[in-house]
Write a protein that binds this ligand. Structure first.
Ligand code: AMP
Ligand code: MG
Length: 340
C-alpha cells in the first residue's frame, strides 16, 4: 500500500492508445496502465480506436487503482490530453476526465500532448534545456525552448516518421505497430552482412531545409521491394535514411541554438539504432544525447499526469467551458510558465 493520498491522474487518448498514469504529491511518476488498438487489417480508424478506448476504459482504470491499492478518493486532480490527436479518440479521454473530475470534485487540467512528451523526458533524463527530437506516429518535430514556449524549429511536412514506418510495414503484411518489426528485420539483416555499407540501398533524403518529408522515401522503399530487393536490407536502408534526416535537422537545431543536450521522445525513440545515431552525433559536437525509458517514449498516461501536476502547481486549471479538445493544438501554443 502506498501511503500518499494526493495523486494526479493522467489520461492519454490522442490516437491508438488509451492509458491511465499517475504522479504522486511530489510529482514522482508511476508506470501507466495502457491498451493499444491493433486493427486486424488496415490502419487505425479514428472511430474504431475511440470505441476501443470507450470499451476498455473502465477495466483499465480499475486495474490501475488495484495495482497501486488506491481508492478513487486518493485522486486529487485529473489531467488529460487536450490535443493534438484524432478527434474521436481525444473526445473519449476528455469525457472520462470530466466525469472523474466532477464525480470527485477535483481540478481538471487539459494539457498539450507534445509538451507532455518533453516534460517526462526532461524529468526522466535530468536534462535542463534540451533540443527535443520528437519522433512519434503522428508527429515529427525538432523543438527547443525560447522565451516561454517550446518552439518548433523543424517538422514533417507530410506524415510522421512512425506513420511512415507503419505504412511501409503494413504493405509487407506486418500489422501495427510496424516500427519495432522493421527495427528487428533491419538488425537481423545487418547480422548477415560481413562488410555492410551503412547507407544501404539508395533512397531519397527526407530533409527539406529545417523540415522533413517522408512519403517519398516510403514510396521509393516500396519500389525497391517491388523490384525484388530483400526486405531486411530495405528495412535497414529505410531506417538509415529516415533517421539520418532527423539527426541532421536535430544537429542543426543544436548548432543554431547553442544548446548542449539532445532529448529523444515519442514512440520511434524506442529504436536502438536511432538512439545510437543521436549519441554519435552528440558526441561529435561535445554534447549529450538522452532518451527516457521506453515506457515513457510511447504514448502514456504518466506523462499527462506529470504535465497536469506541473501546470496545477503553476495555478492553471481547465474550466468546463474550456475543456473541449483541439485536434490541431500546436506545441508552441502552450505557454511554458515553469522553469526550463
Ligand atoms: P507514439 O505515437 O509516440 O505512441 O509512437 C507510436 C509509433 O512508434 C508507431 O508508429 C510505432 O511503429 C513506433 N515505434 C515504436 N517502437 C518503435 C521502434 N522500436 N522502432 C521504430 N518505431 C517504433
Ligand atoms: Mg505521442
Amino acid at each position: 500500500m502506498i501511503a500518499m493520498s494526493l495523486w494526479t491522474l493522467g489520461i492519454e487518448s490522442t490516437a491508438h492508445t488509451l492509458s491511465f498514469g499517475l504522479v504522486d504529491s511530489n510529482g514522482t511518476p508511476y508506470p501507466a496502465f495502457s491498451d493499444t488498438v491493433r486493427p486486424d487489417k488496415g490502419g487505425i480508424h479514428p472511430r474504431e480506436a475511440a470505441d476501443h478506448h470507450k470499451d476498455i476504459a473502465n477495466s483499465l482504470f480499475t486495474s490501475l487503482l488495484e495495482k497501486y491499492e488506491l481508492s478513487p478518493h486518493d485522486i486529487s486532480a485529473v489531467s488529460y490530453s487536450q490535443g493534438p490527436g484524432l478527434g474521436p479518440c481525444l473526445r473519449v479521454g476528455a469525457a472520462i476526465a470530466r466525469g472523474i473530475s466532477s464525480r470527485l470534485d477535483v481540478p481538471l487540467i487539459g494539457v498539450n500532448h507534445c509538451v507532455a512528451h518533453i516534460e517526462i523526458g526532461r524529468q526522466q533524463c535530468g536534462c535542463s534545456d534540451p533540443v527535443l527530437l520528437y519522433v512519434s506516429g503522428g508527429n515529427t518535430q525538432v523543438i527547443a525552448h525560447h522565451e516561454g514556449r517550446y518552439r518548433v524549429l523543424g517538422e514533417t511536412l507530410d506524415i510522421g516518421i512512425g506513420n511512415m514506418l507503419d505504412k511501409f510495414a503494413r504493405a509487407q503484411g506486418i500489422p501495427f505497430p510496424g516500427g519495432p518489426v522493421i527495427e528487428k528485420l533491419a538488425a537481423e539483416w545487418l547480422e548477415t552482412q560481413h562488410n555492410p555499407s551503412l547507407e544501404g540501398l539508395e533512397l531519397p533524403f527526407a530533409v527539406r531545409g529545417m523540415d522533413l518529408a517522408f512519403s517519398g522515401v516510403m514510396t521509393a522503399a516500396q519500389r525497391l521491394i517491388d523490384n525484388g530487393a530483400d526486405l531486411g536490407s530495405v528495412c535497414w536502408s529505410l531506417q538509415e535514411h529516415a533517421f539520418a534526416a532527423c539527426v541532421e535537422i536535430a544537429e542543426r537545431a543544436l548548432s543554431h541554438t547553442g544548446k548542449k543536450e539532445l532529448l529523444l521522445g515519442g514512440g520511434v525513440a524506442c529504436n536502438t539504432r536511432l538512439r545510437t545515431m543521436c549519441e554519435q552525433m552528440a558526441e561529435e559536437r561535445e554534447s549529450t544525447s538522452h532518451a527516457p525509458p521506453r515506457m515513457y517514449c510511447i504514448d502514456n498516461g504518466t506523462m499527462i499526469a506529470l504535465l497536469g501536476f506541473i501546470e496545477l502547481q503553476e495555478g492553471r486549471t481547465t474550466s468546463y467551458p474550456e475543456s473541449g479538445i483541439d485536434q490541431y493544438l500546436r506545441t508552441d501554443q502552450t505557454q511554458v510558465t515553469w522553469a526550463v
